[in-house]
Write a protein that binds this ligand. Sequence first.
Ligand code: FNR
Length: 378
Amino acid sequence: MTTVVEINDLKELARRRVPKMFFEYADSGSWTESTYRANEADFNKVYLRQRVAVNMSDRSLAGKMVGQDVSMPIALAPTGLCGMQYADGEILAAQAAEEFGVPFTLSTMSICSLEAVADATTKPFWFQLYVMRDRGFVGELIDRAKAVGCSALMLTLDLQILGQRHNDIRNGLGSFGPKQILQLISKPRWCLGMAKSQNKGFGNIQGHVKGVADNSSLSEWVAGQFDPDLSWDDIAWIKERWGGPLILKGVLDTDDAKRCVDVGGDALVVSNHGGRQLDGARSSIRVLPEIVEAVGDDIEVQFDSGIRSGQDALKAICLGAKSTYIGRPFLYGLGAMGKAGVTKTLEIMRAEMDTTMALCGERQLSNMGHHNLDGTEF
Ligand code: FNR
């Protein structure tokens, strides 16, 4: 029996429990995985300033993300196909996040639908949008997100075409279509169970787009459906159709960050998609200070990619991010223990963040910043 004390313990439990093909789908980065590795490693190049003999009682991690209260500034990032890690994965993760008081972001590519997640939760969650060639369908997705009460829309900008992950091809996942993936998920020998919501297929895209029901591979399907022509001009109508808080995800360049301000984004996410898209890009944490400097307070700067502890998240905050997201850490928890594992992920993150904050001599997360840093080696 493994005692879970850190995110890595959940990762090893998930590695044992989840079929290799599905575990590696979550765990891999694109091509050589150099960006994926750098995302984690570069956090070790950020140093914190220790303070002693200061009052550390009555601490609070509470904050806001796009104007909404959060118990700590760590949200669950959109991750497609959560049901590969655990049956009904999106629903379980959304419930754990809701109980914890942090946002859950449902991916366009989820297995449970917008409506199924809304039925299983009581508070608003967020929806992540990929832009398809069929703009009518994109509009329908936005309308559905509105109809179920989603309280923020996250538009992902760094996946007009799919970065190749070698493991997915080696494991055969690259040639599987949505229908085959669903059949695999339902295999009882994998003890993942077959959730009711999964019977319906890929919740958000099912029935709307040709290819979901046939045997084309998922990567072919993405290539056929996702719009390589997406441009900054498209954001205006998405923003108008949505009409609520808009988060622009996947920014690594200062000029792009300024465009996010120009198009009226409420927040941008400094992110390299967890090292799954442009391998060879710099780590997300290395890029963060430049983006913060470029946009100042003109837009809310959020951060993801590479966070594996509450301390990592806090380092991003000290470097100027207002809040953060985790992808794989909660997927490991989900794969290891379902909903309890996602809760465990969040508990670990909270405890690490709180202790680090206290040892830095701070009581309010909102007061943390550059003055808590003791240099970086970037
Ligand atoms: C993702 N990510 C992602 N992003 C997005 O906008 N839509 C999506 O559907 C997905 N799907 C997805 C699946 C899996 C398995 C992973 C690991 C990631 C990227 C995700 O939102 C986030 O940017 C990264 O996961 C952050 O990096 P870490 O925390 O995983 O290191």
